[in-house]
Design a protein around this ligand. Sequence first.
Ligand code: DX5
Ligand code: ZN
Length: 218
Amino acid sequence: MLPAILAPSILAGDHAHLAASAADVAALGLTWIHLDIMDGRFVPNLTFGPGTLQALRRHGSKLFFDTHLMLAEPAPHIEAFAKAGANLISIHIEPDYDHRATLERIRALGCQCGIVLNPGTPARSVAPLLPVVDLVLVMTVQPGFGGQPFRRDMLTKIAEIDGWRRAQNLPFRLEVDGGIGLATATECRQAGADTFVVGTSFFGSKDRPALAAAVARL
Ligand code: DX5
Ligand code: ZN
């Protein structure tokens, strides 16, 4: 079982002081930060773009940038995110484009690559891509907004993908995103997840060190 990683989602941070929000994450000894990129098309919301990643790097962030592209057409934007400092770029399976070629392009630009599934998308839709990805992200809410309740019915999907990972002895990380706090992270861990995106319950927590330590122990 891979060690647990907590990836705070800066979507729930202070958008007028994102560098400070990222610095708070690093100060806890955490190594990952999750960056939600929304286009107002694939999801009904807008966030930020590669310029924000670049600015976070310019302000000294050395965190691993776990970049979640919620874009109807990700391919034209991959290079900009890679150049801006992304370490891992994840793309959704739902829109119709060449997923495999886009994942290969992410790799060729020196980043790790991930594939993401919405709650309504069956696990089998990503099965052929499992050997070529570094991460599979199972959405545990409908993407677009932070602060939504965890979808417990996603636990079977997590277990299904973890089962394939074991059977094929594949090295990818299995990440969950949406409605994650200590209790739901624990349930996801039992189902096979190892990487936990935490937005509202991280930035809203009164005791972030305790939350970070508890997730690390999972
Ligand atoms: C949802 C985003 C999430 C979001 C999670 O569309 O992909 O990363 O920040 O936020 P919480 O943890 O508040 O559900
Ligand atoms: Zn996300």
